[in-house]
Design a protein around this ligand. Structure first.
Ligand SMILES: *Cc1c(COP(=O)(O)O)cnc(C)c1O
Length: 381
């Protein structure tokens, strides 16, 4: 019925991105009748027993995978991470009456978050990487490093501080999330846009108040946004906040305040079960480390390609790289595609190439990319 692994190309899209073949095949098999119900998941009442089971299992599996403490709620929402750029301030700025929040801007996505939040309150830039900087003796261009927490200008009466854990476009990943008490602002929860590294590594929930992620990078198809929120942060929405986007309403209704994106939740649930079969987050993280190391080691050993992100904050998920001779870009992409290596073109704001090597891209796929890159280097270097 479907093309197997031997014929299916490797997909390096940044998002929507590769899904595990097993998950796609299971969904195909259940397309017209989910587990003998006689209905596609798309045709079921969201309040019926079948979909309730799908929702409950998705929440329980996600909680187990990430060891989400009981003090946090798991919500399935809509609007993507872009809508969260407004939903977060609308829900949290009312926490303490000050109406303030601080933002770390480390690339394109956190820059959008920072701008959108300004519509709702007193939003300050706590730190940014918009300038070149020398770090460890390396000249780092703007956007290729991450501001260290000891440089963040935090306001103790801010309702929260926001950062992007993985800048999907710049390929900058920051995971040394500081303890806000140790930073001198114990009442300021950290809010993290984790869209493009969600489920690729563990999350330390003692360090965060809210983690959110659009599913279409690493957790499922587009259409569902996962929000994991500490329960004491619920119930502070500004009056302007739409009821369907008030975290307290969504939490109280088990993500069914209104019709949720049922099929996307079902697909994400299949991805969670697939992850459990892979051995869970520790196992997939080990694989992600192995994949990223192979690709970065090759890039660093080559004089034909280059990645310019500071090594300490290179993303395990999104690897932007450039051919030193950019006149070869089009030929690189067309030969890659002919070899079954898809969607390697870099984001238009950065140029060059980008290989997104999410959970669903196995080591074998990364190896196929490296082999092609070596051959291309040999024939054009
Ligand atoms: C893709 C992405 C977004 C935007 O997601 P949408 O679903 O298009 O709103 C925001 N933040 C990060 C880190 C992303 O990778």
């Amino acid at each position: 019925m479907s093309a197997g692994r031997d014929t299916r190309p490797w997909n390096f899209s940044a998002g929507p991105s590769a899904l595990p073949l097993e998950v796609l095949e299971q969904a195909a098999g259940e397309m017209t009748s989910w587990q003998g119900s006689g209905m596609s998941v798309m045709e079921m009442s969201h309040r019926g027993k079948h979909f309730t089971q799908i929702r409950d299992e998705a929440v329980a599996d996600l909680r187990e995978l990430l060891s989400v403490p009981d003090s946090f709620d798991i919500l399935f929402m809509q609007g993507g991470a872009t809508a969260e750029n407004a939903i977060v301030p609308m829900n949290l700025l009312g926490r303490n009456g000050a109406g303030k929040a601080d933002y770390i801007v480390s690339g394109a996505w956190s820059s959008k978050s920072f701008k959108e939040a300004q519509r709702y309150g007193d939003i300050a830039l706590a730190a940014g990487n918009g300038e070149a900087k020398v770090i460890d003796g390396r000249e780092q261009a703007a956007g290729t490093w991450f501001p260290a927490p000891d440089t963040w200008a935090l306001r103790p009466d801010a309702a929260y501080v926001h950062l992007c854990g993985n800048e999907t476009i710049g390929g900058v990943e920051f995971t040394e999330w500081p303890d806000m008490a140790a930073m001198g602002v114990p009442d300021v929860p950290l809010v993290v846009d984790a869209s493009s590294h969600f489920l690729s590594r563990p999350i330390d929930f003692s360090k965060v108040g809210v983690v959110y992620a659009g599913a279409q990078k690493n957790a499922g198809p587009a259409g569902v946004t996962v929000v994991i929120i500490r329960k004491d942060l619920l119930g502070h929405a500004l009056p302007v906040c739409p009821s369907a986007f008030d975290y307290a309403n969504v939490a109280a209704a088990g993500s069914m305040f209104n019709t949720p994106p049922t099929y996307a939740i079902y697909m994400a649930g299949l991805v969670f079960k697939w992850l459990k079969r892979q051995g869970g987050i520790a196992a997939i993280e080990a694989e992600n480390i192995r994949k990223a190391k192979a690709l970065y080691d090759y890039l660093d050993s080559s004089s034909f390609y280059v990645n310019t992100v500071h090594p300490a904050v290179r993303s395990r998920m999104n690897v932007p790289f450039f051919l030193k001779d950019e006149s070869l870009n089009a030929e690189f992409l067309s030969q890659a595609e002919a070899r079954g290596l898809l969607q390697l073109k870099g984001h238009k704001s950065v140029g060059g190439m980008r290989a997104s090597i999410y959970n669903a891209v196995p080591f074998e796929g990364v190896q196929a990319l490296i082999t092609f890159m070596q051959e291309f280097e040999r024939s054009h270097g």
